[in-house]
Design a protein around this ligand. Structure first.
Ligand SMILES: NC(=O)c1ccc[n+]([C@@H]2O[C@H](COP(=O)([O-])OP(=O)(O)OC[C@H]3O[C@@H](n4cnc5c(N)ncnc54)[C@H](O)[C@@H]3O)[C@@H](O)[C@H]2O)c1
Ligand SMILES: O=C(O)C[C@H](O)C(=O)O
Ligand SMILES: [Mn+2]
Length: 545
């Protein structure tokens, strides 16, 4: 039998003041808590008042993390009641502030597994210890080389894995006892961190190249051995590694890269929503992706897939893309192209002014895009001139400034509405307030992979998927169609975060159905909807054995 300490300090079991008198007697808790027994609802009221008393977003987050560390049921019950208010606090953008300050604010490891590149022989023990005998079904792993658009944050980046998992539970209902955040500490090239005596990670440079990929392989081997039923979600790896790692493992077991595939999905879903509003055809669009990195090329590939499903040949479909990075428009002979960029390059001979196409402004002027996506990490780069130029050549410009966090966004929704006289169809990476402009209220969709990955992941786990393929990704992108009422003036291109739990469930069901339709399930499953419903965890207190 567990003693009082082991129960009260276990966030998966602890109920705090809600332990009943009978439980207090049965579990050896008599005298360890104040006399009054609270309901979960009373605890929620008390905790929300505390939350509201904090003045800054970071303080609010730190308070919520304390609750999370102590009592997962209470935390997720509270979040269920306040999902719109909590999302920007537990997740992006406030998670960015907590990552920057992680080593200085550290109080609790939050049940994450910390794998040091210097001790691969400890990987298996580390994962096992952090899991503590729990039945792990979902692992979010980061090496934190590309945290949001903020670069390399070493071990501090573990907070993104924790944050992504909090959204999984809040949105889709994965049992918080079945998840494991993992930090691969491969060192850091962030000199400021290495010089900081309080920095909690390895104070050496990042491991790179084949030795790094070998470490990843050792992690995957240990992870598959210990948690063979789990889905493995990769988050915020560097541009040089993200696609390479995905290519290596995606045919072997259920896994996905959120920055590549989750982002590709939410952007395609947003474009489909926008085209519902403008009544245009995806085959008539010209796409400029500004920032041709992990997310930019993931987005391009998901749209390419859609164009091909709409009937275009691959060669025809590729002609709809213009990838722009630091060098300007990417040509076949541009130096330093990544493997992901190469298939999306253009030929110099296509343009009379190829030599001039070194800036976004020149590309927009020449190409007249109808869709402009920002994943560049460069704030303010969708300028008034560029946006007005784009809007002069297309009736409903689709503009998605997606770089996170807030300080890195290519433009604000309010400016885009103003500069295009209300014509732009917008999604932003971080939550944006409604924009009132000339008598219409414009709702702004959040073009963040958080709208997609919880439903995608939950559906894959519920269906016991062997792998994730393009068929399932495509089905998921179309899942949200019909949820947005595009007939309203000022309608958003994506459903609101207030409906996150509803549409995550729908998405999970569609994903699970797609797995069953393709017979990609490991276990026999009769009904996708039932499988999703059966796995859903709800935040309420249960008996303790
Ligand atoms: N909203 C979402 O759901 C979502 C999802 C993933 C990534 N993002 C955001 O997208 C951004 C990029 O993320 P990533 O993972 O692709 O990073 P990345 O490093 O792989 O890609 C960034 C790309 O931008 C390019 N770039 C840098 N400066 C540039 C400039 N001046 N002009 C043009 N291109 C430039 C880089 O060379 C690189 O190719 C980040 O801010 C991230 O937060 C948003
Ligand atoms: O974390 C986010 O807010 C989305 C995305 O995964 C990113 O890296 O920016
Ligand atoms: Mn990310």
């Amino acid at each position: 039998m567990k003693n009082a300490d082991a129960i009260l300090n276990n966030p998966f079991l602890n109920k705090g003041t809600a332990f009943t008198q009978a439980e207090r007697h049965a579990l050896g808790l008599v005298g360890t808590l104040p006399a009054h027994v609270q309901t979960l609802a009373e605890q929620v009221t008390q905790a929300y008042a505390q939350f509201q008393s904090k003045s800054s977003h970071l303080e609010k987050r730190l308070y919520l993390m304390t609750l999370f560390n102590e009592n997962r049921t209470l935390f997720f019950r509270l979040m269920a009641d306040h999902v719109v208010e909590f999302m920007p606090i537990v997740y992006d953008p406030t998670v960015a502030d907590s990552i920057e300050a992680y080593s200085h604010l550290f109080t609790d490891p939050q049940n994450a597994a910390f794998l040091s590149v210097d001790h691969p022989e400890d990987f298996e023990a580390s994962l096992k210890n952090a899991a503590g005998g729990r039945d792990i079904r979902l692992v979010v792993v980061t090496d934190a080389e590309g945290i949001l658009g903020m670069g390399d944050w070493g071990v501090n980046g573990v907070d993104i894995a924790v944050g992504k998992l909090m959204v999984y539970t809040a949105a889709a209902g994965i049992d918080p006892a079945q998840v494991l955040p993992v930090s691969i500490d491969a060192g850091t090239n962030n000199q400021k961190l290495r010089d900081d005596p309080l920095y909690l990670g390895n104070h050496h440079k990042r491991l790179a190249g084949d030795p790094y990929l070998d470490i990843i392989d050792q992690f995957v081997t240990a992870e598959r051995k210990l948690f063979p039923e789990s889905l493995l979600h990769w988050e915020d790896f560097g541009r040089a590694n993200a696609q390479v790692i995905l290519d290596k493992y995606q045919d072997q077991f259920a896994t996905f890269n959120d920055d590549i595939q989750g982002t590709g999905m939410v952007v395609l879903a947003g474009i489909l929503g926008a085209l519902n509003i403008s009544k245009e055809d995806i085959k008539d669009q010209k796409f400029v992706t500004f920032g041709a990195g992990t997310a930019g090329m993931g987005i391009a590939n998901q749209i390419l897939d859609e164009l091909q499903r709409a009937g275009l040949s691959e060669a025809e479909a590729r002609k709809h893309f213009y990838a722009v990075d630091k060098q300007g428009l990417l040509f076949t002979d541009t130096p330093d192209l990544t493997a992901a960029q190469k298939p999306f390059t253009r030929d110099c001979s296509e343009f009379a002014n190829a030599d001039d196409l070194t800036t976004l402004a020149a590309v927009v002027k020449t190409v007249h895009p109808t869709v402009l996506i920002g994943t560049s990490t460069q704030p303010g780069t969708f300028t008034e001139d560029i946006v007005k130029d784009m809007a002069a050549h297309t009736p409903r410009p689709i503009i998605f400034p997606l770089s996170n966090p807030t300080k890195l966004a290519e433009a604000t929704a309010a400016d885009l509405i103003k500069w295009t006289d209300g014509k732009a169809l917008i999604a932003t990476g971080i939550p944006a307030d409604d924009v009132d402009y000339r008598g219409t209220t414009y709702h702004i969709g959040q073009g963040n992979n958080a709208l997609m990955y919880p439903g995608l992941g939950f559906g894959l786990i519920a269906a016991t998927a062997k792998v994730l393929n393009g068929e399932t990704l495509s089905a998921a992108c179309h899942a949200l169609g019909g949820i947005v009422d595009t007939t309203q003036p000022g309608a958003a291109v994506l459903p609101p975060v207030s409906q996150l739990t509803e549409f995550s469930q729908k998405l999970a069901e569609i994903v699970a159905q797609s797995i069953l339709d393709q017979q990609l399930n490991k276990e026999p499953i009769a009904n996708a909807k039932q499988a999703v419903a059966a796995m859903k965890w709800v935040p309420e207190y249960r008996p303790i054995d």
